[in-house]
Design a protein around this ligand. Structure first.
Ligand code: SAM
Length: 285
C-alpha cells in the first residue's frame, strides 16, 4: 500500500517534493541502511574512523546537553523527525514527552514500531504533518528541536513563524541545518539546489536575523561545518564500499545520483560555500 499523503492542507511545492522523496522505497532503503536508520543527520566525529552511527548519536547527545530546565514534564516538538532516533534518546534520557512531526508516513510507520519496541509509546508521539503548517496548538511546547530538516522548506520564514507560535514564552529552539555560508557567492550552489529542488539554503545570518525578529535571543551558535564535510564524505565512501548491495536495494540511478550529490556537498564545503552547526535560541520573555 502506498503511504498516506497529507491532503487536508495546501502544501508548498517543496513539501510535495520532500514527501515524495522520503516516502520512496529507494530513499527509505538508503537511509535505513547506509545512513544508519535511527539517526539520519550529520554526525560529530571524534576521529576519522569512527562509525557513522556513533558520530550521529554524538550530535544528538551534544544538543541534548544544551537543553534548559528539562524534566519529565517537558514537552518537546521534533520538526522533521525522521525515524525518531532523537526522540527516543530524549525520552529515555530525560523521561520527557516528545512529539515527532514528520511528513513521511513511510518513516513514521517505522518510527512507531521502533518506539513501541523500545517501550516508549507513552512518551513519544508520532504525528503526520508539515512543519510549514504545524498541526499543534499555540504555546504547547517548551522546546522545539530539529535536525537537518528545515533545509527542505521553500518557506523557511513560515517554519520559524510556526516555531514561535507553538513555543511557550520562555521556550527554547535548538536545531541543526545544512546551510550556505554567510558570504556564499550567487549561483555556486546550483548543483546542490537542483538536486534538492529548492532555490535557496538558509545561513547562520538568515536564522540570526529572522529569529531576532520573532523575539528570540541567541544562546549559542556553534559552527561545525567541517563535520558536514566529513559526514557527507563518509556516507559517500560507505555507499561506494557497499555499491552492489545499495544498488540492489535502491537501484543504480538512485545510488549514482546520491554519490554525485554527496560529492557536491563535499566540494561546496571545501570551497567555503556551506555551513552547518548547532543553533540554540531562547525566547526572551
Ligand atoms: C535528513 S532527514 C532528518 C531526520 C531526523 N531529523 C534525523 O535527524 O534523523 C530530514 C527529515 O525532514 C522531514 N521533512 C522534510 N520536509 C518536511 C516538512 N515540510 N514537514 C515535516 N517534515 C519534513 C523528512 O521527512 C525527513 O524525515
Amino acid at each position: 500500500m502506498s503511504p498516506k499523503k497529507i491532503t487536508t492542507m495546501i502544501k508548498s511545492a517543496a513539501v510535495e517534493t520532500a514527501e515524495a522523496y522520503y516516502d520512496s522505497s529507494q530513499a527509505d532503503a538508503f537511509y535505513q541502511t547506509i545512513w544508519g536508520g535511527q539517526d539520519i543527520h550529520i554526525g560529530i566525529y571524534s576521529g576519522a574512523d569512527e562509525p557513522i552511527a556513533d558520530a550521529s548519536r554524538r550530535t544528538v547527545a551534544t544538543m541534548a546537553d544544551q537543553l534548559v530546565g528539562i524534566s519529565a514534564t517537558t514537552r518537546i516538538l521534533d520538526l522533521g523527525a525522521g525515524y525518531g532516533g532523537s526522540a527516543r534518546y530524549l525520552a529515555e534520557r530525560f523521561g520527557c514527552h516528545v512529539t515527532c512531526l514528520n511528513l513521511s508516513e513511510t518513516q513514521n510507520a517505522l518510527n512507531r514500531t521502533l518506539t513501541e519496541d523500545a517501550g516508549l509509546s507513552e512518551r513519544v508521539r508520532v504525528v503526520h504533518g508539515d512543519f510549514e503548517n504545524v498541526p499543534e496548538p499555540d504555546a504547547s511546547f517548551d522546546i522545539v528541536w530539529s535536525q537537518d530538516a528545515i533545509l527542505h522548506s521553500g518557506e523557511r520564514t513560515r517554519v520559524l513563524d510556526e516555531v514561535r507560535r507553538v513555543l511557550t514564552d520562555d521556550g527554547q529552539f535548538i536545531f541543526t541545518d545544512p546551510m550556505q555560508s554567510d558570504d556564499c557567492p550567487d549561483g555556486v550552489l546550483q548543483p546542490i539546489l537542483d538536486r534538492i529542488q529548492l532555490s535557496t539554503l538558509a545561513s547562520f545570518a538568515f536564522y540570526r536575523a529572522e529569529l531576532a525578529k520573532r523575539g528570540f535571543g541567541e544562546a549559542t551558535i556553534e559552527p561545525l561545518t567541517d563535520q558536514l564535510r566529513t559526514h557527507y564524505a563518509r556516507i559517500g565512501q560507505e555507499l561506494q564500499n557497499n555499491y552492489d548491495e545499495a544498488v540492489g536495494r535502491s537501484g543504480e540511478d538512485y545510488v549514482d545520483n546520491m554519490i554525485a550529490g554527496l560529492q557536491h556537498w563535499v566540494d561546496g564545503a571545501d570551497r567555503g560555500y556551506l555551513a552547518w552547526g548547532i543553533l540554540d535560541f531562547r525566547r526572551a520573555s
